[in-house]
Design a protein around this ligand. Structure first.
Ligand SMILES: Cc1cc2nc3c(=O)[nH]c(=O)nc-3n(C[C@H](O)[C@H](O)[C@H](O)COP(=O)(O)O)c2cc1C
Length: 213
């Protein structure tokens, strides 16, 4: 296995980035890249790793699903009392990474995450399947516990909401919106000479620089 890992080789050649083609506002390109990824991988294109500061002073990361991309932020949903929820509320500076292998692209976003408004979280929660809504109530996300206890809570919430058309959103569940201050676009190139461009927020506008691969 270790031989296979060390000898795995691939040359990247599916695209290129040229500074003169890049927009002044990286959110335009970010939207375009997400749309491109949706075309080639409609199932997993919105999965991103989100890295946080752990409460013990280290770092932490896990995959979540991007659920909305606005002109100025990326949004995902989670349990605010989960490990990531507590970490973000304590230390809002986060990093997210997408890897779209079919396009040989990596996208890195660093910025500040803030909880979504109640209206935004309510609207998204209402759009979820009923079983996921009950799951959100029942799961004490990231805490240790027996599976049988989770099943008991699911049964109990099913009974509690029986006959009720609308299940309210749990107060401990909702969105986070990530407002980027740095966005890096990475396009794989032959011989590891990849194209990298970094946008950095400067007040209301963005500066753009090239990074060595
Ligand atoms: C493909 C994929 C998508 C996921 N999407 C979400 C999501 O949107 N929100 C979420 O809270 N967890 C999601 N998870 C689960 C998280 O990776 C993680 O296990 C969970 O949120 C607990 O993380 P935490 O203990 O760091 O808070 C997803 C996992 C995978 C593999």
């Amino acid at each position: 296995m270790s031989d296979a890992v060390s000898s795995a080789r691939k040359d990247y050649a599916k695209g290129a980035l040229h500074k003169e083609d890049l927009p002044a506002n990286p959110m335009l390109l970010l939207n375009q890249w997400v749309a491109d990824a949706a075309e080639v991988d409609p199932e997993d294109y919105n999965a991103m790793c989100i890295a946080t500061h752990s409460l013990s002073g280290g770092s932490n990361g896990r995959i979540v699903l991007l659920r909305a991309l606005e002109d100025d932020c990326l949004r995902f949903f989670t349990n605010y009392e989960s490990e990531k929820g507590k970490e973000i509320l304590a230390s809002p500076q986060v990093a997210c990474i997408f890897f779209w292998k079919e396009l040989e692209r990596q996208l890195r976003v660093r910025g500040k995450a803030v909880p979504s408004s109640d209206a935004v979280s309510d609207a998204y929660f209402a759009s979820r399947p009923r079983s996921s809504q009950i799951g959100a109530w029942a799961s004490r996300q990231s805490r240790q516990g027996e599976e049988v206890k989770l099943t008991e809570r699911i049964i109990s919430y099913q009974a509690q909401f029986e006959g009720q058309d609308v299940i309210p959103r749990p107060p401990f569940w909702g969105g986070f919106e990530i407002y980027a201050d740095e966005i890096e676009f990475w396009q794989g190139r032959p011989s590891r000479l990849h194209n990298r461009y970094l946008y950095t927020k400067q007040g209301p506008s963005w500066s753009l620089g090239r990074l060595d691969p």
